[in-house]
Design a protein around this ligand. Structure first.
Ligand code: M1P
Length: 232
């Protein structure tokens, strides 16, 4: 069995370190399995969250939604995706339009093969993250941003990431690309599986194109932990 895991909201709380008890369990559980991570996040943030032991023991890691691929600790593949001035202008307009007031630094983060955009700013403290996430459940501004980006730039795709941001990358270069090189049977764990979420492309592709699969849409790492206890 091959296992693919999203990270934020699936193995860890969003942008926070993995629970110590779960980490110990996971390290022993993964020993005789092919484990892949696929996240919108970059290498440094993922290691900060899951720890070097888990990161190094995975069969392969797909950072930036699969646009930067690591194996045995080394970057083995990446795509180029630079911030186009017109897209930057649109992101600046979003910053003006947004009704969210409490702002922090780093609204635009350029990663390998992916741009992460956040109105609240990546430097915000945890309590502001939580507040923005709750606010956006009703305001849905991140969904709107994604729709506007895709309408204005048909060659670009945008999806809601974790709590405060959206991920932007070339069309089709979403998480589903990892299915091109992972053998079946596959079990996938993710928390943003609904349309618009960054796990949706992988779930949709598994549903339509893969025969032997299992999809676990979880509400948090605690649910992942409970399910894994039943998968020896
Ligand atoms: O892995 C999910 C997302 O985690 C972070 O999202 P946020 O900061 O919004 O909680 C980001 O690293 C994002 O790119 C990533 O997709």
């Amino acid at each position: 069995m091959n296992y693919i895991f999203d990270v934020d909201g699936t193995l860890t709380p969003s942008r926070l370190p993995i629970d110590k008890g779960f980490e110990a369990f996971f390290l022993s559980w993964m020993k005789d399995k092919n484990v892949y991570l696929v996240t919108g996040s970059d290498k440094d943030k993922t290691i900060e969250q899951v720890g070097e032991k888990i990161w190094n023991n995975c069969t392969r890691i797909y950072q930036s939604c699969g646009n930067a691929v690591y194996e045995s600790g080394k970057l083995i593949r990446q795509i180029e995706f630079k911030l186009d001035p017109q897209l930057e202008r649109l992101l600046d307009e979003f910053l003006l339009w947004s009704a969210w007031d409490d702002r922090y630094q780093t609204n635009i983060e350029e990663r390998i093969g992916l741009i992460n955009f956040s109105v609240v700013g990546r430097e915000c403290p945890q309590h502001v993250r939580d507040k923005y996430y709750k606010w956006d459940l009703t305001a849905q501004e991140r969904e709107t941003f994604c729709q506007v980006i895709e309408k204005k730039f048909p060659e670009i795709e945008a999806t809601v990431g974790g709590q405060i941001s959206i991920d932007i990358y070339p069309k089709g270069k979403n998480k589903s690309q990892v299915l091109e090189e992972i053998k079946t049977p596959i079990t996938f764990f993710g928390d943003k599986c609904e349309p618009g979420g960054n796990d949706y492309p992988i779930v949709e592709k598994m549903f339509y194109l893969i025969d032997d699969y299992d999809i676990c849409c979880v509400k948090g790492w605690e649910e992942t932990y409970e399910i894994l206890k039943t998968k020896k």
